[in-house]
Design a protein around this ligand. Structure first.
Ligand code: ZN
Length: 514
């Protein structure tokens, strides 16, 4: 049975009646043909119903009773912007590359109704959420060739591979899950005690245990290691694994199960919101880390979470009652050792990289990439982003390998029951060059080698056969169209709608512009 939805205790945010007229003005402006190439749809709550409004149609609906349920009310004018919710679109590298930046009439929006409803459960949800189109190119981001953040299938779809002790060996299969299923599934795999007598493993989870991935006859693993390849496009990753260019990813796929249709991230399909969804089992509107930044009217402040200065403190925004997987593991085994390596969603972890930042005792890190293993020398020289993130990812390997060896930076560590490692250079490279670029491929090769180094460390620790591994990302990555860059801020300004635009699409009406 599906767990009770945490939203039963939350209220859906509806714009103040005084803002309704502004909302209508903004919608009219955002349906202007001048911005239609960039504005896929606009989301809001009005008259007790959710709405998705595109230039060529709109749909009103009430909360669906689950991620795949049809709402009891669905009223459509023109084309239904959420009409196609299939999870299996643009699967396979050739298919994706043959249909770059699909038009809204040919795109799909997995779990679309549920994705919209959950967003507005957050107390600081925007009045309007602009969903950018598949091709939309952001000049203000420095001209990223690859992008994510939207509801569409390529931006929502992360890879998902699981292998090792307690895991079924299906190889690559035509299935998908949601990222919120990962926490409950790993909790069941490890044998975590249920949170309460409802039987759910993480308090108020939106996810379910994916029993089809688990093999209880194989016994439970004593250790689980998670690898988050931030921003990895699954079609690209799986293709490189199949061609021998990512042999360690291939090793995990062969030894376990990989989902060709991926694991769907929650809206907005951005980094910190979905790192937190993976490790709490809740959608962004429910765990509290709503976006990379948002505006909280109650305290009249912008909240920024996804930056070097704020990562270490981002978990203070978790909604009360939210439980991380680290906390659930320690609730079950109070003395057990867990480690969060470069992972901001670290609450409850016994070791966390961000403890160094919170204590103000950050180790000296060399900026020289010339001696680093697993590092493409050409891109480490030519790309500032690649150089910066490859250094960070190398530090992640040093921490992980050190901990598995029992010693890191003069501290002794027991073997972790659960370790989570966040690798970031793929996201940087896929933004910079697009998911189908040489720099993206180089980043996957480097990260695959880092994965191999950690797998070797687990083998050296003598517990490989007692360990399960999961490899995933936090969202997808889509090739943008440099010709599609219309500016919805400008049409809102021309229409004289007073609005604050947070994180490129969260609109707060009658608030000063950022
Ligand atoms: Zn990310």
């Amino acid at each position: 049975m599906a767990p009770e939805n945490p939203t039963s205790t939350m209220t859906t945010r509806e714009p103040d009646p005084a803002l309704r007229e502004l909302s209508e003005q903004a919608i009219t402006a955002l349906r202007d043909p001048a911005v239609a190439p960039s504005v896929e749809m606009v989301l809001r709550v009005a008259d007790g119903l959710y709405e998705a409004i595109a230039p060529d149609g709109r749909v009103r609906f009430d909360r669906p009773d689950g991620p795949d349920a049809e709402p009891s009310t669905v009223t459509v004018e023109g084309r239904n912007p959420l009409g196609d919710r299939s999870v299996d679109r643009f699967v396979g590298l050739e298919t994706e590359r043959g249909s770059l930046h699909p038009d809204r009439t040919t795109n799909s929006y997995p779990h679309g109704y549920d994705q919209v409803a959950q967003l507005f459960d957050h107390a600081a949800a925007p009045d309007l959420c602009v969903v950018h189109s598949a091709g939309h190119h952001w000049p203000e981001s420095g001209g990223h060739v690859g992008e994510h953040g939207s509801l569409d299938v390529i931006q929502a779809r992360a890879p998902f591979v699981v292998a090792g002790r307690g895991i079924r060996r299906h190889g690559m299969i035509d299935r998908s899950i949601r990222l919120v299923d990962v926490g409950p599934t790993l909790a069941e795999l490890l044998g975590v005690a249920p949170h309460d007598d409802t039987g759910e493993f993480l308090a108020g989870t939106d996810g379910v245990v994916r029993h089809e991935l688990l093999d209880p006859h194989d016994g439970r693993p004593k250790h689980v290691v998670g690898f988050l390849f931030d921003g990895a496009n699954p079609n690209v990753l799986y293709d490189l694994a199949a061609s021998g260019d990512a042999p360690n990813v291939a090793r995990l796929i062969e030894a376990g199960t990989a989902l060709r249709f991926g694991a769907m991230s929650g809206m907005p399909t951005v980094t910190l919101a979905n790192h937190t969804s993976i490790l709490t089992g809740r959608l962004p509107g429910h765990h509290g880390v709503l976006h990379n930044s948002w505006y909280d009217r109650r305290i009249e402040k912008s909240i920024e979470t996804n930056s070097l200065a704020t990562w270490a403190f981002a978990m203070q925004h978790l909604v009360e009652g939210t439980e991380t997987l680290f906390e659930a593991i320690r609730r079950t085994w109070p003395d057990t050792f867990t480690a969060a390596v470069d992972e901001p969603c670290d609450r409850g972890a016994a070791y966390s990289t961000f403890d160094f930042f919170r204590s103000g005792d950050v180790p000296e890190i060399s900026s020289d990439t010339s001696e680093l293993p697993y590092t493409n020398p050409a891109y480490a020289t030519s790309s500032l982003g690649y150089a910066a993130w490859t250094i960070i990812d190398h530090q992640a390997v040093e921490q992980a390998v050190g901990i598995w060896s029992g010693r890191y930076r003069d501290q002794s560590y027991p073997l972790p029951r659960f370790m989570w490692i966040n690798f970031t250079v793929i996201d940087s490279a896929m933004h910079e060059g697009g998911p189908h670029s040489d720099i993206a491929e180089a980043a996957i090769r480097d990260t695959d080698a880092r994965l191999g180094a950690v797998l070797d460390a687990v083998e050296k620790a003598g517990v490989y056969d007692d360990t399960a591994f999961v490899l995933l990302a936090d969202h997808g990555m889509e090739q943008t169209n440099p010709g599609v860059r219309s500016d919805w801020d400008a049409v809102l300004r021309d229409a004289e709608v007073p609005v604050r635009n947070e994180a490129c699409g969260f609109l707060y009406l009658n608030e000063p512009a950022t």
